[in-house]
Design a protein. Structure first.
Ligand code: CA
Length: 294
C-alpha cells in the first residue's frame, strides 16, 4: 500500500524531530534540534508557536504534572510552554561535552527514555548511550556503545521495547519489564536494507506494527517487527523524514517531521518542503503516548 502525506506546516526546520501529541490540549509538539526550538501547533495548522530553549533539544514529552520534559544537551529539564521557563532536572553527560541528547519517549510506566550521540556523528560509533529518567528524577544508564540513538517504542502488552541505532540500520527488540524498567537484548528485529535510507524515529500503532521514518529514504514505512516485512509506504516529498507520531482526536493521524540540514542548494531546490511538518491518515490508529510521571 502506498500513501501520500499532506503538508501541515511549512516550518523549514533544520532538524525537525520528535513529534508528540498532547491529548489534553489537542496540540502537537515537536523540536528543531539544531535551531534549539520547541514547536507547537493545533491540528488545523493555524495556531503555530515556537519557544527557543537556547541549546540543543533532542526530544520532549508531555509531563503529567504539567508542561513538558526536555532532553537538552545539558541534561533533562522541565519546560513551561506558557512562560518559556526551563528548569534543569538532571545533569547526565556533562562529562561528555562532545555528546548531545537525541530521540526520546516515555515508556508505559511514565519513565522518560532518551539517548545520546556524538556531535561528530561520522566519528561517533559507540559513543552514544541510552538513559532512563525515573519519576523521582534518578537517571539510569540502560545501553552504551550506541552510535546514533534514535526511535523507541513499546508494545501494547508492555513486554517488548524496540530501539533504533540509525547508522547500523537496526531496530533491536528488547524484553522489557514494566515494573522495574529492566531490558534484555533479544537481537535485531529489522535490518533496513542498503538503499532504503536509515531508520530514524518511529511510532507504534494499535496492531503493534512500527511506522519508521527513513532518513535519506524519502519515505515512512510500516514494518512488521516480527517478520521484518514492509506492509505500507508513505511516499514523502522530502528525502529526510525524521520521525512520526500518532495524534488527532481519534489518534488516526500520523504526524511526520522532516529535516533540511546539510542538504546542498540543489537538493533544497528539489525538495522545497524539507524541514516541514506533514500529516497522513494511514487507515490504522495509534494510542495516546504515556506522559512523564515525575
Ligand atoms: Ca531522530
Amino acid at each position: 500500500m502506498t500513501l501520500k502525506p499532506q503538508l501541515l506546516h511549512d516550518s523549514r526546520c533544520l532538524l525537525g524531530e520528535g513529534p508528540v501529541w498532547d491529548h489534553r490540549s489537542q496540540k502537537l509538539y515537536w523540536v528543531d534540534i539544531e535551531s534549539f526550538d520547541v514547536h507547537v501547533i493545533d491540528p488545523n495548522g493555524s495556531e503555530h508557536g515556537v519557544i527557543n530553549v537556547g541549546e540543543y533539544v533532542g526530544s520532549l514529552c508531555v509531563r503529567g504534572s504539567g508542561g513538558l520534559i526536555l532532553a537538552l544537551k545539558s541534561g533533562f529539564a522541565a519546560l513551561d510552554p506558557e512562560t518559556g521557563e526551563v528548569t534543569p532536572l538532571a545533569d547526565v553527560e556533562s562529562h561528555l561535552p562532545g555528546n548531545r541528547f537525541n530521540d526520546g519517549k516515555c515508556d508505559p510506566a511514565g519513565r522518560f527514555w532518551a539517548g545520546t550521540l556524538a556531535l561528530d556523528e561520522d566519528h561517533g560509533e559507540g559513543k552514544g548511550n541510552l538513559y532512563c529518567l525515573h519519576a523521582d528524577h534518578r537517571v539510569e544508564l540502560k545501553a552504551h556503545g550506541v552510535w546514533i540513538s534514535n526511535g523507541l517504542a513499546w508494545t501494547r502488552d508492555q513486554k517488548t521495547m524496540y530501539y533504533i541505532d540509525s547508522p547500523h540500520r537496526t531496530v533491536r527488540a528488547y524484553a522489557y519489564d514494566v515494573s522495574t524498567s529492566e531490558i534484555a537484548d533479544q537481537g535485531v528485529a529489522i535490518l533496513v536494507p542498503e538503499g532504503m535510507g536509515y531508520p530514524d524515529g518511529m511510532a507504534i500503532d494499535s496492531e503493534d506494527m512500527l511506522w519508521i521514518a527513513h532518513w535519506d529514504g524519502s519515505c515512512v514505512r510500516r514494518w512488521n517487527p516480527r517478520t521484518a516485512e514492509v506492509l505500507a509506504t508513505i511516499e514523502m516529498p522530502v528525502a529526510r523524514p525524521t520521525s512520526c507520531a500518532f495524534g488527532g482526536k481519534d489518534f488516526d493521524t500520523l504526524y511526520i517531521t522532516s529535516a533540511s540540514t546539510r542538504l546542498s542548494p540543489e537538493q533544497l531546490a528539489a525538495q522545497p518542503l524539507a524541514g516541514g511538518l506533514f500529516q497522513c491518515k494511514p487507515g490504522v490508529r495509534g494510542m495516546p503516548m504515556t506522559e512523564f510521571a515525575g
